[in-house]
Design a protein around this ligand. Structure first.
Ligand code: GTP
Ligand code: MG
Length: 300
């Protein structure tokens, strides 16, 4: 009789790998790839219908909305940018750090008079868990339609009133309107409170009615996943992040191919990094393309 294979001759099972063998999204890395993406953004010109593309960020508190504005600026300029104030780690609370409506531009070089890239970011207050706290979905609706002027302080109890505020713009043009809506979620949270999911749903439905394209970015892929913390290139092999993206996709109703994982430049990660730039610029490129489609669709 030949040798008998026995179960107990097997080595003890190794723990399941936290990473997939192959990335589930086809991405390329390296300097030429990053440089191509950068060239796309540098050479990007919006059509004559608008003076710039307006990207609006919304989402729960402390998910990295303001950090994304700084990260996109950092990736484009090749140097650290801190224009959008961020929620300091040691003081982080469930209340939004950003309370004022700010529009962030990216300056091209040091030319005088100033010249800017044809893209601006609308940074707003975060959505909070509960009634009458955090930004109201009605105010997000007004920002999307271009009715809110920069500098407006969000009042969680009362949305901006058309009748008694100097910050209400009664006649917005196409450049004042939002051209792409970005939901910012953090991979480093156990879940999203249902009251916030409900507010996000209201915002999404309003954007859908207005025809505004929607994408999401998933931040904190480093702090949420040790494999990605070690090496950003593991992002599309991390089983944990794939599960998170899948869960967020079904919860917030954004298809997974429109969710872009990001590691933001932040207090702890402020060294310029090609792979971080690749993820940030990839997301930005898609946002610009979707915004172009929207402008085409409303300018016909
Ligand atoms: N490690 C890590 N930290 C991040 C990342 N994104 C943001 N942070 C940190 O998370 C904190 C909150 O970031 P913010 O950009 O202020 O978040 P926000 O969504 O603008 O917050 P509110 O304005 O309060 O709603 C800051 O301490 C950031 O440094 C990320 O991708 N990785
Ligand atoms: Mg903020």
């Amino acid at each position: 009789m030949g040798a008998i294979w026995k179960w107990d001759s097997l080595p003890p099972p190794s723990p399941p790998s936290p990473t997939l063998r192959q990335p589930w999204r086809d991405v390329k890395w390296g300097k030429p790839v990053k440089d191509d993406l950068l060239r796309f953004v540098e050479n990007y010109q919006c059509g004559s219908e608008v003076t710039h593309i307006r990207i609006m960020l919304y989402g729960p508190v402390a998910t990295g909305k303001s950090s994304f504005v700084n990260s996109a600026t950092t990736a484009v300029l090749g140097r650290m940018a801190i224009g959008a104030g961020t929620n300091r780690g040691d003081e982080r609370t469930q209340r939004s750090y950003t309370t004022q409506y700010k529009v962030h531009k990216i300056r091209r070089g040091r030319e005088v008079p100033r010249v800017y890239y044809p893209v601006v970011f609308n940074d707003i207050m975060g959505l909070e868990d509960g009634e009458e706290i955090g930004v109201c979905p009605q105010d997000i609706d007004l920002v999307m339609k271009g009715h809110v002027k920069e500098g407006y302080h969000f009042n969680p109890r009362h949305p901006l009133s058309p009748t008694n505020s100097e910050f209400y713009n009664p006649c917005p043009n196409l450049s004042d309107r939002v051209h792409v809506l970005v939901c910012v979620l953090s991979a480093n949270v156990p879940g999203i409170p249902t009251s916030i999911i409900q507010k996000m749903k209201e915002v999404r439905e309003r954007a859908h009615q207005l025809g505004i394209p929607q994408v999401a970015i998933l931040t904190n892929i480093d702090s949420a996943c040790p494999e990605t913390q070690k090496d950003v290139q593991n992002v599309y092999q991390s089983k944990h992040l794939l599960r998170k993206m899948d869960a967020f996709s079904s919860t917030v109703g954004i298809p997974i191919n429109c969710i872009f994982p990001i590691k933001n430049y932040s207090e702890g990660n402020n060294e310029k990094d090609e792979d971080m730039d690749t993820l940030i610029l990839t997301a930005l490129k898609h946002m610009l393309n979707f915004a172009d489609d929207f402008i085409d669709s409303v300018s016909d």
